[in-house]
Design a protein around this ligand. Structure first.
Ligand SMILES: NC(=O)C1=CN([C@@H]2O[C@H](COP(=O)(O)OP(=O)(O)OC[C@H]3O[C@@H](n4cnc5c(N)ncnc54)[C@H](OP(=O)(O)O)[C@@H]3O)[C@@H](O)[C@H]2O)C=CC1
Ligand SMILES: Nc1nc(=O)c2c([nH]1)NC[C@@H]1CN(c3ccc(C(=O)N[C@@H](CCC(=O)O)C(=O)O)cc3)C=[N+]21
Length: 295
């Protein structure tokens, strides 16, 4: 059998961002203002700084207003909650993203709960989690929504397919499982206590790996022809003192068996940022009382 098709997340993300930019121009003409996204970073984690910078760049490239807020690593929870209250009340801000993880002195659940659900473009609040699980419109977390877009683009209707999601975090695994269920897949959610994982993965037409362990999913776990979505972002030693990014899937092995597979980098990561732009545009439409007709 020939090698898997490589799903070009970077190209998909560029196409989505171009659509969002068109939508921003139309919104501005109708509403007399541009959508705004506020990104809050607490502390100086270098990887988080890179993500926050690329989110700001993408926001501006889409024609939206970008508001960047930095708090020191030792900032108190009260300081962060006060900033969120200001952003909730600011009519120029349609979306609020607080970069996770947060320093240990800050309770993430309390911070997420403080973000107004209509500005929660990450889709992490209880209100938006509930809406997703009962099938009402709300905000869906960017990473799993980006994965669902890649899957539908590749496979069309997902109804009846067997899917396995490896990982059950609130930001990736659980919402991914909800999205696949909503698309009529038969969904297995695997985690660290799952027995016979390889055997369960072998039954799946769709494999979503969100584990956080480099090369965790092996090629001989993959059913021939399956579609593999690798969410993992792991920085490993590449020898000679350098590092490189790899996913949760042993890419070279899986590629020889799968029907299609996302690379790391250039797969799910760029989609996450493009969907964040899309969610911010949706938030602006809802706030302005305008219908949103885009993707
Ligand atoms: N591309 C992107 O845009 C994004 C990428 N990521 C990346 O995705 C990965 C996952 O992120 P996230 O969901 O936040 O991670 P978490 O650490 O929150 O969750 C990891 C999940 O993997 C499960 N797990 C751990 N070990 C095993 C094992 N041996 N067998 C089966 N399951 C296991 C855990 O199970 P248990 O619950 O039992 O502990 C847990 O549910 C990371 O690499 C992260 O960097 C994350 C967000 C966005
Ligand atoms: N509130 C919140 N929302 C998030 O959505 C969120 C978060 N916190 N904390 C961290 C994770 C991680 N995440 C990524 C986004 C883009 C890439 C991305 O663009 N990756 C590039 C590579 C980037 C590089 O080279 O470092 C790629 O995969 O091609 C990766 C990871 C969003 N997250």
């Amino acid at each position: 059998m020939s090698d898997a098709a490589i799903i070009d997340g970077k190209a998909h993300a560029a196409a989505l961002r171009a659509q969002v930019a068109d939508g921003v121009a139309a919104f501005a003409a109708a509403a007399g203002r541009v959508p705004g996204l506020a990104v809050v970073l607490v502390g100086e984690d270098p990887a988080s700084q890179v993500y926050v910078r690329s989110k700001g760049q993408a926001t501006e490239a889409a024609g939206m207003a970008s508001f960047s807020h930095r708090l020191p690593a030792e900032a108190s929870e009260a300081e962060l909650l006060a900033l969120i209250a200001l952003l909730n009340a600011d009519s120029a801000v349609d979306g609020i993203l607080v970069q996770l993880p947060l320093p240990h002195q800050i309770d993430e659940d309390r911070v997420i709960a403080a973000i107004h659900p209509d500005k929660d473009v990450d889709g992490f609040s209880i209100a938006n989690v509930g809406r997703l699980s009962v099938g009402q419109p709300g905000f869906v977390p960017c990473t799993p929504l980006g994965c669902a877009m890649l899957l539908e683009d590749r496979l069309g209707d997902l109804a009846g397919l067997d899917a396995i999601v490896i990982g059950r975090s609130n930001i990736v695994g659980k919402p991914m499982a909800q999205l696949l269920l909503a698309r009529n897949c038969t969904v297995t959610i695997a985690h660290s206590r799952t027995r016979d994982l390889a055997e369960k993965v072998r039954r799946a037409d769709i494999v979503v790996a969100a584990v956080g362990r480099p090369h965790f999913v092996r090629g001989d776990w993959i059913k021939p022809g399956a579609t593999v979505i690798d969410v993992g972002i792991n920085r490993i030693e590449a020898g000679d003192g350098k590092t490189r990014l790899v996913g949760d899937v042993a890419f070279d092995e899986a590629r020889a068996v799968a029907g299609a597979i996302t690379p790391v980098p250039g797969g799910v990561g760029p989609m996450t940022i493009a969907v964040l732009m899309r969610n911010t545009l949706v938030a602006a439409h809802r706030t302005a009382g305008l219908p949103y007709t885009g993707i």
